[in-house]
Design a protein around this ligand. Structure first.
Ligand code: PEP
Ligand code: MG
Length: 601
């Protein structure tokens, strides 16, 4: 293997706190990385590589003849082009060279060389080259399969080693499926703090950094690394001094977490007696333990799509009722609010689409999908109604854009009540029904929506993206994603007022709820409930307990007349730093929430 590598720091956006140490495992776009392990006999690995290439050539030749016999020369040429990939010097000489230099197994070296090649092509603006990457990916997968086709190799030394995952991008479902014991932390080139991948990392407690440039390109598998989810850094081949410094930092953080645990049974009340309901956002049943330990007063947002869409087939009413009932029973006497299926956007679509949507965030997602797929929707509604006998249950509809959708959803809910009554099944007809306010049009007509429901929950992640027209997962425009835009503050105020006209409560369940910079403002705007990732509950509670409600209201009054984001940020930062300087110091060390949203662009 080549000599000791130099310490290198990659900087990105921190999205999930924690410091972890481990060997890196790199996966890029297109297809999964094969196992990587050190080898001693490089000549033997080169032979294995040549055998895999020969097998691939033979298969491609067979495919070419087959296609020609079926549909003529044109189709056969596709496989001719595939064969050319195998003749490329990058492959023929690059892979044996990589085996020599890296001292790693042949399939991994092949993968690494091809990924670099593919990445270079993807970054060429010419669509011709970009389109060619799909073909090359196809050939690569075939070659990789052909390594397996040979006799069983001796098992690699550490097939399941713990590692830090580095990827070009990770889908929310890949993140959800991560084995927490194997993946110590991850870093991606794409993504942003309010992407579902980042949200999931926070819920799963996996330290994560997004938006690091060129790491996939430059890192070498098994390189020792440190991932700093507070500062947004990935440090490869750290020196012993850097390791010691980070071990000390991690210990400090552990001590701090223990202190916060002491607040568990206290209320989230301001010094002048104004109480906020502080609840938790979850995606998985196993997080219930964390919610209970965090001292949250229930679950303010259960994102049911991760349960519904992780199976090949959507779980039926019985299976859903069983899960929802278990969660409700364990959270009781506190409430669990189940958000009905919010498929689409950056999450898996509710059903396979024949063509990708041009603008998934403006497409078939949230309540739109449910109202079009009434049978599926009603199964979920009945399951939630049934869980209402096991604990305190609420439900809310995502991506509501106006009153009509709420009425339609409620009328389907009423049908479910009749159906369950006719079936003689045990259920609770009196569960609280809410609407999520995450589309500007809904925020504008909040009072009319409030007349129809029991509560409003503001999803700021989407409300911000739709109001300032900034894709929440696109790192190129991340700095324009401004939660503190005066337009957002005024919309939140409008929602709170609309709700209070109808004597119902307003919550915030987007990531902004956990941003300590804006906490005094949200409290001052009159929000009644805040729902944040369970790991953040103690920190937010400590902050609320240091606030004075009257002062927060004055801050809100000032922010409501501010013309610029920057002004709102300055007012909020000055206020928060005055009240809890230590907590702000802590926040500046890492993401309690979308802290970049609090940075003026
Ligand atoms: C939101 O949009 O703020 C929200 C809570 O929903 P999600 O992040 O799941 O879209
Ligand atoms: Mg949303």
């Amino acid at each position: 293997m080549s000599g000791a590598a130099k310490e290198t720091t990659y900087v990105g956006t921190p999205v999930s706190r924690g410091i972890v140490f481990g060997p890196v495992h790199v996966i890029a776009r297109g297809f999964a990385a094969p196992e990587v392990y050190p080898i001693a006999n490089t000549a033997r690995e080169t032979e294995r590589f040549k055998d895999a290439l020969a097998r691939t050539r033979k298969q491609l030749e067979g495919l070419r003849r087959h296609m020609e016999s079926l549909s003529g020369n044109e189709e056969g040429r596709i496989f001719e082009a595939h064969m050319l990939v195998l003749e490329d010097p990058v492959v023929l000489t690059g892979v044996p060279k990589a085996i020599e230099e890296r001292g790693q197994n042949a399939e991994y070296c092949f993968y690494a060389v091809m990924q670099n090649q593919l990445e270079s092509m993807r970054r060429i603006p010419d669509p011709f080259f970009r389109d060619r990457t799909t073909d090359i990916e196809d050939v690569c997968q075939r070659v990789l399969r052909n390594f397996d086709a040979e006799h069983e190799e001796a098992a690699p030394d550490e097939p399941d080693h713990q590692h830090l995952l580095v990827a070009y991008d990770l889908s929310p479902s890949a993140t959800a499926a991560m084995d927490r014991h194997q993946v110590l932390g991850f870093a991606t080139e794409q993504g942003s703090i309010t992407s579902h991948t980042a949200i999931l990392a926070r819920s799963l407690g996996i330290p994560a950094v997004v938006g690091i440039q060129n790491a996939v390109f430059n890192l070498r598998a098994l390189d020792p690394c440190i991932l700093d989810g507070y500062k947004g850094k990935l440090i490869s081949n750290p020196t012993p001094e850097t390791v010691a410094r980070y071990r000390e930092l991690e210990e400090q953080h552990q001590r701090r977490r223990k202190e916060l645990d002491k607040l568990r049974d206290l209320e989230a009340s301001t010094t002048d007696g104004h109480t906020i309901t502080l609840s938790a956002n979850i995606e998985f049943e196993h997080e219930v333990d964390l919610v209970i330990r965090s001292g949250a007063e229930g679950v303010g947002l259960f994102r049911t799509e991760f349960f519904l869409l992780e199976h090949e087939e959507c779980p039926n009413e019985e299976e859903q009722a069983a899960l929802y009932s278990r969660v409700a029973a364990r959270i009781a006497p506190n409430e669990v609010i189940f958000r009905t299926l919010d498929a689409g956007g950056d999450k898996v679509p509710g059903e396979p689409l024949s063509e990708p949507e041009p603008n998934p965030f403006l497409g078939w997602r949230g309540i739109r999908f449910s109202l079009d797929r009434k049978d599926l929707f009603k199964e979920q509604l009945r399951a939630i109604l049934r869980a209402g006998t096991s604990g305190r249950v609420g439900l809310m509809f995502p991506l509501i854009s106006g009153v009509g959708e709420v009425r339609q959803a409620k009328s389907l809910l009423a049908e479910c009540v009749i159906e369950l009554t006719e079936r003689g099944v045990d259920f609770n007809p009196d569960i609280a029904v809410g609407a999520m306010i995450e589309v500007p049009s809904a925020a504008m007509v909040a009072a009319e929506i409030a007349a129809e429901v029991d509560f409003l929950s503001i999803g700021t992640n989407d409300l911000v993206q739709y109001t300032v027209a900034v894709d929440r997962v696109n790192p190129r425009v991340a700095k324009l994603y401004r939660s503190a835009h005066p337009g957002i503050i005024r919309l939140i105020k409008n929602v709170v007022e609309g709700a209070s006209q109808h004597q119902i409560w307003t919550g915030i369940c987007g990531e902004m709820a956990g941003d300590l910079t804006f906490l005094p403002l949200l409290v001052g705007l009159g929000v009644d409930e805040l729902s944040v990732g369970a790991p953040l509950v103690p920190l937010v509670k400590q902050a609320v307990r240091m606030l004075d409600f009257t002062e927060c209201s004055e801050l809100a009054t000032q922010c409501l007349v501010a013309a610029e984001t920057q002004h709102v940020v300055e007012l909020c930062r000055e206020f928060a730093t005055g009240v809890y300087p230590d907590l702000m110091q802590e926040e500046s060390r890492g993401p309690t929430a979308p802290s970049f949203a609090s940075r003026p662009a």
